[in-house]
Design a protein around this ligand. Structure first.
Ligand code: SF4
Length: 372
C-alpha cells in the first residue's frame, strides 16, 4: 500500500477568497495559523460585532462557502448529539469548532440547518473549547465519552489552514475517558501525522463508491484519496472509523458498495478500527426542495421514500433492512468482529438486522468504548 500512497494525487484543496477576522480573534493561535498558511489571501478586520454581522448578512449558501470568518464563539462548545426522535441513539457528544463546510454534497443537511447563517466560520477561542471540555471530562471520569467534531462542519477539510485539530489533539490524547472522532470526506491529514494520539483519537471517513462521490459529493476527496489518508493515519498510530453513510440505492448499488468495502479492507488493518456505522440516505421535505433547486441533476431525488415519525424521509423499511444486512455481511466477511452500529434507525430495524437492539443509548455508547 505504501507505494500506492506515494503515487496518489491529493485532493484539490479549497482556498478561501478572503478571510474576515472579528476584532479580538487576532490573538488566537488559529489566526496565526491562517496568516501563515494563506499569505496570498486578503485578510480584513471587522471592527466590531455590528460591522461583522452586517458584513455577513444576506450571503447566499454557495457564496458563503468561499469566504472564511474567524470569530469568537460565545455559546457552549460541548453538547450531546441531538439524535433523532424515536431512533436508537448512540450516546455521542459533539464539539463544534467551525460551522459550515467548504465542500458541497448534494444531500448535505447543513443546506437547511444553516440556511439562515451559512457563513463558513471557524471559532478562534480554542482555549475556551478545551477548558469547557475539561470541566466535563474531569468531573465525570467514571463515564466514557465519544466526541465528534463533524456535526456542522467537516472535521479536517480546513485543517491545512486553521490547524485547529492540531491545537486540540494534545489535550484529548491525555484524557483517559474519551475517544475524539475526526470525521471527514477530505484527505487533509498531514498536520496529524507527527502527533501521538495515544489511542484517544479516531480518524474517520464517510465512505461512498466513486460513482456516488462523482455525482453527489462535490469538492471531496476521491475514494482512493480517502483510503490513502486513512492508511497514513493508521501508520501514524490513529484508530480509524468508517461511516458508510448515506448508503444510496440505485441500479447496481450492490456491486459498487461490495467493491468499495473490499477495497477498504484490503487497504487498512481492520483491527485498528474503532467502529463502523451504516446509515441509508435520509432527508426532509424541505431539504429535498433545496436539493432540487441547487442540484437539479442529482439522481437522489428519484428513489421512493417514506416519511418517518422523526420527520425524515427514508427508503421503505424492508428495503433498508435488506440493504443493511448486505452491507453488514460484506463487512463481516473482511472484519469479523468489528463494531458496527446503525445511525438514526429504529429498534425494529436494529433487531431485524442484528437480532438485537441496545437496551439504552448508554449501552450502545459503552459498546464503543475502547478495550484498553
Ligand atoms: S462533507 Fe459533510 S458537511 Fe461537507 S458538504 Fe458534504 S455532507 Fe456537508
Amino acid at each position: 500500500m505504501q507505494g500506492k500512497v506515494d503515487r496518489l494525487q491529493l485532493m484539490e484543496l479549497f482556498k478561501p477568497e478572503e478571510v474576515i477576522v472579528e476584532r479580538g480573534s487576532e490573538t488566537s493561535p488559529i489566526y496565526r495559523n491562517l496568516v501563515r498558511a494563506l499569505p496570498d489571501v486578503p485578510f480584513h478586520m471587522a471592527k466590531g460585532d455590528t460591522l461583522f454581522r452586517g458584513a455577513i448578512s444576506g450571503v447566499r449558501f454557495a457564496a458563503a462557502k468561499r469566504k472564511l470568518y474567524l470569530t469568537k464563539y460565545n455559546g457552549e462548545f460541548f453538547k450531546k448529539c441531538p439524535g433523532s426522535e424515536g431512533q436508537v441513539c448512540c450516546n455521542y457528544f459533539v464539539i463544534n469548532f467551525a460551522s459550515n463546510c467548504p465542500m458541497d454534497c448534494s444531500y448535505c443537511y447543513l443546506q437547511d440547518y444553516l440556511a439562515n447563517n451559512p457563513e463558513l466560520r471557524v471559532f478562534s477561542n480554542v482555549d475556551d473549547l478545551i477548558a469547557e471540555a475539561d470541566r466535563t471530562l474531569s468531573r465525570h471520569r467514571g463515564d466514557f465519552f465519544r466526541i465528534g467534531t463533524g456535526e456542522i462542519t467537516d472535521s479536517l477539510a480546513l485543517e491545512p489552514y486553521t490547524g485547529m485539530v492540531r491545537e486540540i489533539i494534545p489535550y484529548f490524547a491525555e484524557q483517559p475517558n474519551v475517544l475524539l472522532e475526526l470525521k471527514t470526506k477530505s484527505d487533509c491529514v498531514d498536520s496529524l501525522l507527527d502527533l501521538d494520539p495515544k489511542e484517544r483519537v479516531v480518524a474517520a471517513w464517510s465512505m461512498n463508491p466513486q460513482t456516488v462521490i462523482d455525482a453527489d459529493e462535490c469538492g471531496t476527496a476521491s475514494l482512493g484519496q480517502r483510503l490513502s489518508a486513512a492508511y497514513r493515519c493508521q501508520e501514524a498510530g490513529y484508530r480509524l472509523g468508517f461511516h458508510f453513510d448515506p448508503i444510496i440505492e440505485y441500479q447496481g448499488w450492490e456491486a459498487d458498495y461490495r467493491e468499495m468495502i473490499d477495497q477498504t479492507f484490503a487497504t487498512i488493518d481492520w483491527r485498528r478500527l474503532a467502529w463502523v456505522s451504516l446509515g441509508v440516505l435520509r432527508d426532509t421535505p424541505a431539504l429535498k426542495r433545496t436539493m432540487r433547486s441547487r442540484f437539479p441533476k442529482t439522481q437522489l431525488l428519484t428513489g421512493e421514500q417514506v416519511l418517518c415519525p422523526d420527520g425524515k424521509l427514508r427508503y421503505f423499511q424492508p428495503l433498508r433492512v435488506a440493504m443493511y444486512r448486505k452491507m453488514a455481511y460484506w463487512i463481516r466477511r473482511a472484519a469479523p468482529t468489528v463494531k458496527i452500529y446503525l445511525c438514526m434507525e429504529t429498534r425494529e430495524v436494529w433487531e431485524q438486522v442484528f437480532g438485537y437492539a441496545p437496551a439504552c443509548e448508554k449501552e450502545l455508547g459503552n459498546q464503543m468504548a475502547p478495550a484498553i
